[in-house]
Design a binder for this molecule. Structure first.
Ligand code: 7PJ
Length: 272
């Protein structure tokens, strides 16, 4: 995938799950998923992140076969009909393999390639990989997460996963790091990560931030429901970009694109 590091990219979330917390059920059939992806591309999406397993707190695991049945037809259709890079949001090696064969060029793994065989599979596929930090598992992660120093702990994790990737034969240029907002973090942890985001620049690789519609935004906004978190989410995305994020993973593409365009124009980076 070609990426200019200076221009922040929008990764649009396309969930093909019946149970995602913010848009679950919207994209369960192929035609709807493809139409949703095309709309997001028209709105300014640079990457479409296709996910067939919900990782929201408390979500149930999905079988490999179910995940493949959900995501592969969508990726095949999108890669035939669009030029926009496609990302596969999965932790399962077989899903990675089939998704790349179907046209995906980025593996977005909230489990940072720690599943059996995932590292080797990603290395053999030769595509970009996004490694996300999570403390615990989606089922348990929000039960009282604690850190001595959240930034240092995430940095140590990143270093360990980068080393594992390099040893497995994944090129450093292919690595993207993501501190994983909301994945085993309290509101205070999430805010510290946002405030100190530029600390993760020390690894010299691209950084991704995903805050869109998350409960941290709801909590800041006095427990606002998911639909009312758009402006808060866009604000969080802008702060992440100003603090060094190269890619923002969002649900509300049009709104995020508008904000990024204004930010870039104000910073003298030209219009477009
Ligand atoms: C993230 C993700 C994130 C990356 C989800 C949700 C929950 N992948 N997948 N980063 N979140 N890389 O969309 O709120 O923050 S699923």
């Amino acid at each position: 995938m070609t990426m200019q590091p200076s221009k922040p990219l929008i990764m649009a979330v396309l969930n093909v799950t019946p149970d995602s917390f913010s848009d679950g059920g919207q994209h369960v059939n192929l035609d709807d998923a493809v139409a949703g992806a095309k709309r997001m591309v028209d709105q300014g999406a640079d990457i479409i992140d296709v996910g067939g397993e919900s990782t929201r707190p408390g979500a149930c695991a999905v079988s490999e076969a179910d995940e493949i049945n959900r995501v592969i037809p969508v990726i095949q259709t999108l890669s035939a009909e669009l030029t926009t890079p496609i990302s596969i949001d999965t932790s399962k090696p077989q899903v990675m393999k089939q998704a790349v064969a179907a046209g995906a060029s980025l593996i977005n793994d909230v489990n940072a390639l720690q599943a059996d065989g995932a590292l080797e599979m990603a290395a053999s596929l030769g595509v970009d990989v996004c490694l996300m930090h999570m403390k615990g598992s989606p089922r348990t992660m929000q039960k009282n997460p604690t850190y001595n120093n959240v930034i240092e702990e995430i940095k140590q994790f990143f270093q360990q996963r980068i080393d594992a990737c390099l040893s497995a034969g994944i090129a450093k240029e292919n690595i993207i790091l993501d501190p994983g907002f909301g994945f085993g973090k309290t509101l205070e942890h999430n805010l510290e990560i946002l405030r100190c985001f530029d600390e993760f620049k020390c690894f010299g690789v691209r950084l991704l931030a995903g805050l869109s519609r998350k409960s941290m935004i709801g909590a800041i906004l006095n427990n606002r429901e998911v639909k009312g978190r758009v402006v808060g989410s866009v604000t969080g995305a802008i702060i992440a970009v100003q603090n060094g994020a190269n890619i923002v993973r969002v649900h509300d593409v049009l709104e995020t694109k508008d904000a990024l365009l204004v930010m870039q124009a104000a910073m003298g980076e030209g219009i477009g």
